[in-house]
Ligand binder design. Structure first.
Ligand SMILES: [Zn+2]
Length: 75
C-alpha cells in the first residue's frame, strides 16, 4: 500500500467511526426513516451528508469493503 492510499484509508476510517456513532445513537423509532450519515470517501474535506435509514447503512456495511458514499464520490 502506498502512503497516499494509507492516508486515504485513515481519513475514511475516521468518517466510518463517526458514522458508527451516528448509527449507534439512532433510536428505535428513528430506524424507520433516513438519518444523516457522512460520506465515507477518501477526501478529508468532504463531510457531505448521505441520507439513509439505519437499515440501509447496515446493508452497506455487511460488506466490509463497501462505504457510504455521496453521488460521484469514491473510496
Ligand atoms: Zn465524499
Amino acid at each position: 500500500m502506498t502512503d497516499v492510499a494509507d492516508e486515504a484509508a485513515r481519513r475514511s476510517a475516521h468518517k466510518r467511526r463517526l458514522n458508527a456513532l451516528i448509527h449507534e445513537s439512532a433510536s428505535e423509532e428513528e430506524r424507520s426513516w433516513a438519518i444523516a450519515f457522512l460520506c465515507e470517501c477518501a477526501s478529508e474535506h468532504c463531510y457531505e451528508t448521505v441520507w439513509q435509514t439505519p437499515e440501509e447503512y447496515e446493508a452497506v456495511h455487511l460488506d466490509a469493503r463497501s462505504s457510504v458514499l455521496a453521488p460521484g464520490h469514491r473510496e
